[in-house]
Design a protein around this ligand. Structure first.
Ligand code: LMR
Length: 396
């Protein structure tokens, strides 16, 4: 049975962590995976999480099954965060939200759901996109295409190329868009460009699927989520996957959600019933802990404020690292212009390093990045940045 099975390739992102873990050099640095580290190089356990956990421990709730679509208080809190409390889609009961196993799990639920009800549609993702987007939708049975997105010559978005592609996609095509902090490039659309995208997507009857894994890491919670609300106001259908892995530093708890906007409350009820079947035949119902923590933190004013402050702290530190990286590279590699790093948003920088340069960073300096040249700026700190700058200047 197993003799013909070939070795699968290493995962382009999590495979780097495997290589990093195997490296014996104590001074190794992992700029591969999208994880935020504090200035001491530690993944933080947020105070808002600790406080929520203390309350939950005190309560000592039994570990019964959650509903198929997750903890009701969590789904409600997510909906209000994503669409805005009092928004039309919530008031009119046109939005459904199901707790998911992280942002990846939310994408998978959406992909499986769409495969059941729109099996002939094709999926379009940005060129480039998060490595797992293509694999996820292909494994759900879709043909996945790229629309133009990144322009290496300007280090920004090839907006006319993107718009042109949207204008020629068949109606019903599923368009995966990064709501903020584009992964891997860090190049986001401007507010005016988003409005044009929303107009074309709506007019042409495309199905927008917004992936929002980094809300709060760009310009703030409200600003980063704005495009989701604008899409929701445009009517629907709309799919939104969101994640609290990064914003709550709850990576291992796998806390995310899938929301779908329907045209009516009656349609939304039908969609939820079908989404529950997708979940039930996949993993039955989600785990409790992470969802309880996030629900409590989002719904308790004191904890909510604490979370917003802690998230702002992470956002500001990443910005500082961008500034510092650029300033230090100016000194060490003056022939190269890295100013674009400051404009990029979120955890990542599409650094422009080639695959060969990335490979040398790993083999000669034990500094790990994604083959495409994506580096996680959120893993830089005041202790390791000089080593990174020195190594980059050597491989350039
Ligand atoms: C990343 O892009 O590094 C993160 O989203 C982690 C992952 O699962 O790939």
């Amino acid at each position: 049975l197993f003799t013909a099975i070939e070795m699968a390739p290493r995962d382009p992102i999590l495979g780097i962590t495997e290589a990093f873990n195997a490296d014996k050099n104590p001074a190794k640095i992992n700029l591969g995976v999208g994880v935020y580290y504090d200035n001491n190089g530690k993944v933080p356990l947020l105070d808002c999480v600790k406080k929520a956990e203390a309350i939950l421990m005190e309560k000592g709730a039994p570990r019964t099954y959650l509903p198929i679509d997750g903890l009701a208080a969590y789904d409600k809190a997510v909906q209000e965060l994503v669409f805005g409390a009092g928004s039309a889609v919530i008031n009119e009961k046109r939005a459904i939200t199901a707790q998911a196993i992280g942002g990846t799990g939310a994408l998978k639920l959406g992909a499986d759901f769409l495969q059941r009800f729109a099996p002939g549609a094709q999926v379009w993702i940005s060129d480039p996109s998060w490595e797992n987007h293509r694999a996820l939708f292909e494994s759900a049975g879709f043909t996945v295409n790229n629309y133009p997105y990144y322009d290496p010559s300007t280090r920004g978005v090839n907006f006319s190329g993107m718009l042109g592609a949207l204008q020629t996609m068949p109606s019903g095509s599923i368009v995966l868009l990064h709501a903020c902090c584009h992964n891997p490039t860090g190049a986001d659309l401007s507010a005016a460009q988003w409005l044009e995208v929303i107009q074309v997507v709506t007019e042409r009857g495309l199905v927008p699927f917004l992936d929002m894994a980094y809300q709060g890491f760009g310009d703030g919670i409200e600003a980063d989520g704005k495009v989701v609300r604008q899409f929701a106001d445009a009517g629907g259908p709309l799919f939104v996957s969101n994640s609290f892995s990064k914003s709550f530093s709850l990576y291992g708890e796998r806390v995310g959600a899938l929301s779908i906007v329907a045209v009516s409350a009656e349609e939304a009820a039908r969609l939820l019933s079908q989404l529950k079947r997708v979940i039930r035949t996949n993993y039955s119902n989600p785990p409790m802990h992470g969802g309880q923590v996030v629900a409590m933190a989002l719904a308790t004013p004191e904890l909510r404020q604490l979370w917003e402050d802690e998230l702002a702290g992470m956002r500001v530190r990443i910005r500082e690292m961008r500034q510092l990286l650029v300033a230090k590279l100016k000194e060490k590699a003056p022939a190269h212009d890295f100013d674009f790093v400051i404009q990029q948003r979120g955890m990542f920088s599409y650094s422009g390093l080639t695959k060969e340069q990335v490979s040398r960073l790993a083999s000669e300096y034990s500094i790990y990045a994604v083959d495409t040249g994506r580096i996680c700026v959120a893993a830089l700190n005041s202790t390791n940045i000089d080593k990174v700058v020195e190594a980059i200047s050597k491989v350039l």
